[in-house]
Design a protein around this ligand. Structure first.
Ligand SMILES: Cc1cc2nc3c(=O)[nH]c(=O)nc-3n(C[C@H](O)[C@H](O)[C@H](O)COP(=O)(O)OP(=O)(O)OC[C@H]3O[C@@H](n4cnc5c(N)ncnc54)[C@H](O)[C@@H]3O)c2cc1C
Length: 332
């Protein structure tokens, strides 16, 4: 167990009412709570209301640093400047950020600015030893998920930055008091100020839960033959995100941002359901962190069945409607 504070950068999603912390950020607070007896310090880059800060406290935060960066909070370079300012203020043992595109970019940049270590795509964290000699260990899957590696991440010049994949912890629901925010001034560097946000719009993929954060992902491959309404018909009752293979994106059946695999998103949902997906290694390398894998494919020899926990050999146009009907029946 560490005894120094751990700083957690909180990603915010825009809701109708006010910005709210994302699920993966709350997971990081819970993970940090299990690693240190010191403070777990949440860093928010936009002002938060009481429900949001109560959620931070319930998840494990004991302090809240709040900056007000407006829309530029979404820019990795500005967020990295904020991390540097917060590290100066808190002197943490480590900084945790969510390992998505923005998180990995800002982790690298903040580590360079701080002269510290950086690990991305961690899937597990543990504290080895106790007190001042305690160090953090971060594990990750590499080589298309065929190896798991664990690295000891020392503090070096300054606090190491660890980008952690969603799915690391179960978060408690908020029922307690809100945290009082301590305001943080962020000197934005000239390099960060040179990048300005021009627009930010949700695509139709973003209409459901975010792919990288979703607990359940339903993926359409070539076998759905362009019918992503079929994929959505199963995703909606499961509150799942919709993903795709590269073939489905190449065909223009869905936006490129839905692509999962070596050249797309890496996901770690509790449940992955592949519809008409053969399971090529370029695709399955992006789902190694998935919990339960379900495959529905008409080719019993398809490689997806080698990694599937449950498989149905059949035509998606027969199987999926039956599945949707059965789900509706079970839910009354
Ligand atoms: C450098 C490189 C990078 C790549 N990166 C990625 C990546 O990031 N992500 C990615 O996904 N791919 C990637 N690919 C492509 C990858 O190799 C595969 O070609 C792709 O994943 C296959 O997609 P698929 O499973 O949809 O199609 P297919 O391999 O054609 O499989 C479709 C499956 O659906 C079955 N099927 C057909 N009709 C039905 C039906 N009616 N009902 C049920 N099943 C049916 C077929 O029998 C088949 O098994 C990459 C390739 C290269 C070379």
């Amino acid at each position: 167990m560490l005894d120094a504070p751990i700083l957690v950068l909180i990603d915010l999603e825009t809701t109708e009412a006010a910005p709210a912390p994302t699920g993966p950020s709350l997971e990081l607070l819970t993970a940090a709570r299990g690693l240190t007896s010191g403070d777990v310090v949440a860093l928010a880059l936009q002002p938060l209301g009481d429900p949001a800060t109560a959620a931070l406290a319930a998840a494990g935060a004991t302090r809240l640093l709040a900056a007000d960066l407006g829309e530029s909070a979404h820019l990795p370079a500005t967020a990295a400047d904020a991390v540097v300012a917060a590290v100066d203020a808190v002197q943490p043992a480590a900084v945790l950020v969510v390992s998505d595109y923005r998180g990995k970019e800002l982790a690298g940049r903040a580590a360079v600015l701080l002269g510290s270590a950086c690990v991305s795509d961690a899937t597990a964290l543990e504290a080895a030893g106790t007190g001042e000699s305690a160090t953090l260990r971060a594990s990750k899957l590499v080589l298309s998920g065929s190896w798991s590696t664990t690295a000891s991440v020392g503090s070096g010049g300054s606090a190491p930055i660890i980008a952690v994949r969603p799915g690391i912890a179960e978060v408690a629901a908020a029922d307690g008091a809100a945290l009082a925010a301590e305001s943080l001034e962020v000197p934005v560097s000239a390099e960060a100020a040179a990048v300005r946000l021009v627009s930010r719009e949700a695509t139709s993929v973003a209409a459901g839960p975010a792919l990288s954060e979703a607990r359940t992902v339903v993926v359409g491959g070539r076998g759905v033959d362009g019918d992503f309404n079929l994929v959505r018909s199963l995703a909606e009752p499961l509150d799942a995100a919709v993903g795709a293979t590269r073939v489905a994106c190449d065909e223009g059946w869905i936006e490129r941002s839905a692509q999962i695999g070596q050249t797309g998103e890496t996901i770690s949902p509790r449940l992955y359901i592949g519809l008409g997906v053969s399971g090529a290694v370029h695709h399955t390398s992006g789902i190694q962190g998935a919990g339960t894998v379900v495959a529905i494919c008409d080719d019993s020899e398809a490689p997806i069945f080698e990694m599937a926990d449950f498989g149905v050999v059949g035509d998606v146009t027969d199987v999926v409607p039956q599945l949707v009907e059965e789900l509706a029946r079970l839910r009354g």
